[in-house]
Design a protein around this ligand. Structure first.
Ligand code: AVI
Length: 316
């Protein structure tokens, strides 16, 4: 087997530095990639099932509707790379349709979760080579295998592209384009702009799963970095920022308080918040323009009946 991807750096090393840096800024922030330890990854899977969070079920249905067409576009002897693969539910729709796939390469920051889901996929698709890579897909990576390998398709559904700023998204697409090579392609899922109430309720679900997911960042800081956040003194909220066309997830301090991490103290005024995640929403035109700026050609775009999300097939 000649498909190899350079091993990506284990992330926990950067955790303390990123946390201390983010909480020292005038607008306190924490990087959203740290949501995804094993607990956070499972919480995200639960978010995908809540009524208000439409992205996952709509995209699964759309993938089901277009999987034969997608399989034809991808063609035989391809290698599918999925950054941030998570549970790998969506890819299994495609794997069932593809003929003579060379390999499936899921990449995820959460190793337990990644290897567990890779095993599940192996059970369902015993004839496909599955090569899980643990690592931070936001960092550029490259092939170390034979350069001649063609038909590399980057599969990036779920609107994860929306968790980058538009400038980061453009850079990410440029990195993936380089990685996929001249004959390569990308399938990108995008969450579309829609009425505010629908957007905000998707991130403020009534069961409180998104709140638990957001607060898991504080739990991780307490457990892994010796922090002393009082969890009930921070409240989850998600608001749509129309000027930036993004949902902002926040953890709002419920009182004047100080928190210690690694002997460093951080002060929070009442209602001061930590900005924990952006989730950008695009129009089809705006996303197509962004992809073109990254040097990609829009080959086909699909959307669901309600125009909630879109799937883009881009050629390198
Ligand atoms: C992974 N990502 C696309 C999700 C989103 O919708 O931005 C993460 C998420 N955050 C809160 N709910 C879901």
């Amino acid at each position: 087997m000649d498909v190899k991807v350079t091993e990506l750096a284990e992330t926990p090393t950067g955790f303390i530095d990123d946390v201390l840096e983010g909480l020292s800024k005038p607008q306190k922030t924490l990087p959203c990639k740290y949501f995804y330890d094993e607990v956070g990854s499972n919480l995200f899977e639960s978010i995908c099932d809540v009524d208000e969070y439409y992205i996952t079920r709509t995209e699964l249905q759309l993938l089901d509707d277009i999987k034969c067409e997608l399989a034809q576009l991808i063609g035989p002897d391809s290698v599918i790379i999925e950054p941030g693969a998570g549970a790998g539910i969506k890819i299994q729709k495609l794997l069932a349709e593809l003929t003579a796939l060379k390999a499936y390469v899921p990449i995820d920051i959460s190793s337990d979760f990644l290897f567990y889901s890779a095993e599940k996929i192996r059970e369902n698709f015993s004839d496909i080579e599955i090569r899980p890579i643990q690592g931070d897909f936001t960092e550029p990576y490259q092939w170390t295998g034979k350069k001649s390998l063609t038909n590399r398709v980057v599969f990036f559904p779920g609107s994860t592209i929306g968790n980058f700023t538009p400038a980061q998204a453009e850079q990410f697409l440029k990195n993936q384009k380089r990685f996929a090579g001249k004959e390569g392609a990308m399938i990108i899922g995008v969450d579309l702009v829609k009425p505010l109430q629908k957007l905000e309720s998707a991130y403020n679900d009534s069961q409180g799963v998104t709140a638990e997911f957001n607060k898991n960042l504080l739990v991780r800081i307490n457990n892994e970095l010796g922090g002393n956040f009082e969890l009930d003194q921070f409240e989850h909220t998600a608001v749509f920022n129309p000027a930036e066309s993004r949902i902002e997830m926040r953890l709002v301090s419920q009182q004047n308080q100080s928190v210690k991490i690694n002997r460093q103290e951080f002060h929070f005024d009442e209602y001061e918040y930590i900005h924990t995640e952006n989730s950008y929403k695009y129009t089809i035109e705006a996303f197509t323009a962004l992809a073109e700026r990254a040097g990609l050609k829009s080959h086909k775009v699909w959307t669901d009946d309600e125009n909630l999300i879109s799937l883009h097939y881009l050629k390198c």
